[in-house]
Design a protein around this ligand. Structure first.
Ligand SMILES: Nc1nc2c(c(=O)[nH]1)N[C@H]1C(S)=C(S)[C@@H](COP(=O)(O)O)O[C@H]1N2
Ligand SMILES: [Mo]
Length: 299
């Protein structure tokens, strides 16, 4: 049987060494429970200074439609999804296509700076302390071939463990290659120093903090480099409402609601909504990717 990834695989090395004294043996991520597993590693310089939401908030208010339409469905039902063993098939326009075991994917980047505190936004917003690695490191390891322009992602499709209906599964998403290579684009394998909870997309999910939440596809089993723009689930379902790019843009209303403000999860139900920032506050880093594009047309 394949070995469960250890702290050494998913947390910065110094942090791992410090924690080893504390945990005294409870090294396997799968064995360390929520209470045992908090770490306060130094976050990547890409991180926001804002205070992260609580573990409880991050893991009980989710969208993962394979498990139902309500925000509490993923926590209630994702537990039945088997995530070990796990492998990711990397293919298309790459030099080294193949099926990569999760542990090998997690080792594709150095262990420093694995903690990223990123804002995520939808009609609501949270700050989440992810553990992850740059997607670019994985793309480099697979060897992107000339001609590749997009990266397509696919979620596990296993109806026996996924009771959700209403979408043409599997969930698929995509990024332009330069978006995929941007240092803010990570593959997350954990949060708050623990292996990723299933409702958040265990064992490996995308995080693209300047885009609306739905781009950040969960429980990834397939990554394919393509020449053509790949299909995406929400665009396929409702093309007039969801485009390929899905950059956070408060100036453009969704056809059925304003996108100008967000409810900050944890601020209290009576707290005023706050203005949503262009590119979710990451404009300085990513606006250049879209220079010359009309972001009202390419939404
Ligand atoms: N496979 C899959 N990935 C998914 C989804 C989904 O339904 N299935 N929902 C998306 C949506 S709409 C959002 S807002 C985010 C939510 O991520 P979170 O629950 O970790 O906050 O996951 C995205 N990734
Ligand atoms: Mo979403």
């Amino acid at each position: 049987m394949r070995k469960t990834p250890t702290w050494a695989d998913v947390t910065p090395k110094a942090q791992f060494l410090r924690r080893r004294e504390v945990l005294a043996g409870a090294l396997a991520v799968g064995l360390a429970g929520p209470a045992a597993a908090r770490i306060d590693a130094r976050p990547s310089p890409l991180s926001t200074e804002a205070k992260p939401n609580t573990y409880e908030q991050i893991t009980s208010y989710n969208n993962f439609y394979e498990f139902g339409w309500d925000k509490d469905d993923p926590k209630a039902h994702a537990g039945r999804m088997t995530t070990d063993p796990w492998s990711v098939e990397i293919g298309g326009l790459v030099e080294r296509p193949g099926s990569y075991a999760l542990e090998d994917v997690l080792r594709m980047a150095p262990l420093e700076e694995r903690i990223y505190h990123f804002r995520c936004v939808e009609a609501w917003s949270m700050v989440i302390p992810w553990i992850g690695l740059p997607l670019s490191a994985v793309l480099d390891r697979a060897g992107v071939r000339p001609g590749a322009k997009f990266v397509a992602f696919e979620t596990l499709y296993r109806p026996s463990e996924m009771p959700g209906t209403g979408i043409d599964w599997p969930y698929v998403e995509g990024l332009r290659l330069d978006e995929a290579r941007h240092p803010l684009t990570i593959l997350a394998s954990g949060l708050y120093g623990e292996a990723l909870p299933k409702q958040n997309g265990a064992p490996l999910r995308l995080v693209v903090p300047w885009k609306y939440g739905f781009k950040s596809i969960k429980s990834i089993v397939k990554i394919t480099l393509t020449e053509d723009m790949p299909p995406t689930s929400w665009n396929r379902l409702q093309p007039s409402e969801y485009g390929f790019y899905a950059n956070v843009n408060p100036a453009v209303d969704h056809p059925r609601w304003s996108q100008a403000t967000e409810r900050v999860i944890g601020a209290g139900l009576l707290a005023a909504r706050v203005p949503t920032q262009p590119f979710n506050g990451y404009a300085d880093q990513v606006a250049g990717l879209y220079q010359g594009m009309d972001l009202r047309t390419f939404y």
